[in-house]
Design a protein around this ligand. Structure first.
Ligand SMILES: [Zn+2]
Length: 87
C-alpha cells in the first residue's frame, strides 16, 4: 500500500528535479533519468530507502545545499566529499 507521504514525496521530487533543470548537473553527463539529490557538504541525510521524506523536505527548504546528479555521479560525488572530509 502506498501512503500519502510516498505520493507526496514522488510529486515533490518531480517538481524539484524540474526546478534543478531536470538533468544531471555534472558537466558532460546531463543524464535525465535515475536522478538523485546530493547534499553538498555531508550525507548524513540518506535519501536512499528510508528517510526520503526528510531528504526531499530538506531539498525544498534548502535547495542551495544540493546538487542534482544521476546515480553514478551521486556516488562519485559522495566519495569525493568523504575523501575531502578526512583531514
Ligand atoms: Zn551524471
Amino acid at each position: 500500500m502506498i501512503s500519502k507521504n510516498t505520493v507526496w514525496c514522488r510529486r515533490k521530487r518531480k517538481q524539484m528535479i524540474k526546478k534543478f533543470g531536470g538533468k544531471c548537473q555534472k558537466d558532460s553527463c546531463s543524464k535525465k533519468y535515475v536522478l538523485e539529490f546530493a547534499h553538498k557538504t555531508s550525507n548524513h541525510v540518506n535519501g536512499i530507502g528510508r528517510g526520503s521524506y526528510y531528504r526531499i523536505h530538506d531539498v525544498i527548504v534548502n535547495p542551495d545545499n544540493y546538487f542534482l546528479f544521476c546515480k553514478l555521479h551521486h556516488h562519485e560525488f559522495d566519495r569525493e566529499v568523504k575523501t575531502n572530509q578526512k583531514s
